[in-house]
Write a protein that binds this ligand. Structure first.
Ligand code: GDP
Length: 601
């Protein structure tokens, strides 16, 4: 599979439909959509569905994954009726059928760039020039996305600019953006967030069009911007490359039409198509609770046509569409692919980035939401970081040929040093792909990028920004910290060659002193203790110590606070401890709770 170039990320040709069997294994599905099983499992996890590679899922669940990859699907007839035929079709080919029902759809564009370079102004300027609703009574509504008409064609713009929003939606499993417009202020040039934006667009394999903004300013220097772009491997056309760059001014409106025209050219090359006749699917762009109207959600329809009365599911919300408003504040009956609209009818608030699907009956909508909720509550705790060792095991298993990394280091000099050493590790078997490298602490945007691209974050001599560790935990992203370059390189190298064993350190959680001994049943004694340091946790291992020496290594059978069985007792509190296989307590014994934790170097 080619990984560079626009829109290649495993998408099939746009003119075909994948025929999904009624049921299939996760592995089979991953082959059909040309993605690694890990990617598919992650997609399902984002929908609250926990499965293993060989587990069999039904076609509805599979369709959640295919929708995320922008692949149109149809379900095969039940095996009993047409089994032999369908089976043969899927075995012989790649599962796709030609489709003549596909029609061109508008491109969806996101605007990225450094703060204050004019992203919002550009969005406003485009909207004012081309949406100014000439019909009486039309009002421009901000619903999270809007469409412009240009030369009888439509272009959809997402109204939340910036790579954080872009990658955040992507990390939820949705592919929304077809083209990224990179705004660079002509008087300022490429800045740190411009670099981040470039990396985020690249990681998403979305084509970039550069808008060199603020051309009205006397200090505008577009040539300098082009030179800087070339240093980031973005060669614009007059530098002999194929990146389109358009000089614009959001203030005067100069170049805006030229930009739109170029977006249409890029869209035409990408041949963006969707079937307007199938049941709709799309992505939630925004959702809010309206005091009078209840939950409202802006959806971008990606395939099919959404109509009033449809049963919709998004994440763990479902509902029946009561009313649809378009981006110009008009009540409409339906929404076609590529268009945004605000829906009324969800029973609860879906989340931005949730995939939306239409289901044939209320019962199915309810039951999918019910299943997702159940899985979410029972298995939430199992969503955890894909560690470096695990990622690499998959490399060994042939599932991933690339190790994606996000690299953060203290100063630019060490960023470059580490980057070069890491890139040298690429060999015939595996490739190190650095999605983003930058100086400074690990940020939320780094975590989003890593999550959206199955990457590990390696941090050299830097920490995390506030709250980032929690986000990483929640999103299942591993951040590995290093203070010595060669250890970082060594770990990644060993990992690539499958030799990295996790190292563990023994962490002492707390200590309790035995102050009373209660006989319980025959030969069984309970130690009445006071916690004198840290905490005693039920799942922890216990070391019984007497006069500084370890007598026994064992575990906790029962941990009580008065009569109640508890999970944890903290410093200063009394408790009763019953150990597994140890009863010979003496007053003054110390029970030390400890645990093996994975350590990093
Ligand atoms: P964002 O942070 O990228 O969304 O940037 P804004 O759209 O908020 O713009 C930042 C500042 O630059 C504002 O004061 C704008 O008025 C100004 N600005 C944006 N575009 C232009 C432009 O084309 N020319 C000039 N002179 N100023 C601009």
């Amino acid at each position: 599979m080619t990984t560079d170039g626009p829109n290649r990320g495993g998408r099939r040709g746009p003119s075909r439909t994948l025929v999904l069997p009624q049921t299939l294994s996760v592995k089979h599905l991953s082959e059909l959509v040309d993605q690694s099983p890990v990617d598919v499992i992650k997609q399902l996890m984002r929908n609250g569905i926990m499965v293993s590679m060989n587990q069999v899922i039904n076609h509805e669940v599979a369709a959640l994954v295919t929708a995320a990859y922008g692949i149109r699907t149809r379900v095969a007839e039940p095996v009993a009726e047409k089994g032999a035929l369908v089976g043969a079709a899927i075995r012989s080919g790649n599962g796709f059928e030609e489709d003549t029902a596909l029609a061109l759809r508008p491109p969806v564009v996101t605007i990225l760039g450094h703060v204050d370079h004019g992203k919002t102004s550009l969005l406003d300027s485009i909207r004012n020039a081309h949406v100014a609703d000439r019909e009486i009574g039309g009002i421009t509504q901000h619903i999270g996305a809007y469409q412009v008409d240009y030369q009888d064609q439509k272009i959809t713009f997402l109204d939340t600019p910036g790579h954080e929003a872009f990658t955040s939606i992507r990390s939820r499993g949705a592919r929304v953006t077809d083209i990224a417009v990179l705004v660079v202020a002509a008087d300022d040039g490429i800045m740190p967030q411009t670099e981040e934006a470039i990396d985020h667009a690249r990681a998403a394999e979305v084509p970039i069009v550069v808008a060199i903004n603020k051309m009205d300013l006397p200090g505008a220097d577009p040539e300098r911007v082009k030179r800087q772009l070339s240093q980031h491997n973005l060669l614009v056309e007059d530098w002999g490359g194929d990146i389109i760059s358009v000089p614009v001014s959001a203030r005067t409106g100069e170049g805006i039409d030229d930009l739109l025209e170029n977006l249409l050219v890029v869209a035409e090359i990408a041949e963006l198509k969707a079937n307007p006749t199938s049941p709709a699917s799309g992505v939630i762009i925004e959702a809010k609770l309206d005091r009078k109207r209840g939950p409202t959600a802006t959806v971008l329809v990606q395939s099919g046509t959404l109509g009033v009365g449809d049963y919709v599911v998004a994440g763990t919300s479902w509902g029946r569409v009561k009313a649809i408003t378009n981006d110009r504040g008009r009540i409409v009956k339906e929404v076609v692919p590529g268009a945004p609209a605000e829906l009324l009818g969800f029973g609860s608030l879906p989340e931005a980035g949730d995939l939306m699907a239409v289901l044939p009956t209320e019962r199915m909508a309810r039951s999918i939401v019910h299943d997702r909720e159940r899985l979410k509550s029972t298995q939430q705790s199992q969503v955890r970081a894909l560690t470096l060792e695990e990622v690499v095991k998959q490399i060994d298993a042939g599932d991933i040929k690339e190790l994606n990394l996000v690299l953060k280091a203290d100063v630019q000099g060490s960023v470059e040093a580490v980057r070069q050493s890491l890139e040298r590790l690429t060999d015939a078997e595996a490739r190190v792909r650095i999605l983003h490298a930058g100086s400074g602490n690990v940020t939320e945007s780094d975590v989003l990028l890593a999550s959206a691209s199955n990457a590990i974050i390696v941090a050299f001599s830097v920490g995390e920004e506030m709250g980032v560790e929690r986000v990483a935990d929640r999103m299942g992203v591993e951040i590995r910290h290093y203070g010595i370059i060669y250890q970082l390189i060594d770990d990644v190298e060993q990992a690539l060659h499958g030799m990295l064993e996790p190292t563990f350190t023994d962490v002492i959680l707390g200590q309790a002193e035995v102050r009373e001994i209660f006989p319980s049943r025959r030969n069984v004694k309970i130690a009445g203790c006071r916690v004198i340091e840290g905490r005693i946790v039920r799942g922890a291992a216990i070391r019984v110590m007497r006069e500084g020496k370890t007598l026994e290594e064992t575990g906790i059978n029962s941990l009580r606070h008065f009569r109640d069985e508890v999970n944890e007792i903290t410093n200063g509190m009394d408790c009763g401890i019953l150990l597994t296989d140890f009863n010979d307590f003496e007053l003054g014994d110390i029970l030390q709770a400890h645990r093996q934790e994975r350590s990093q170097r």
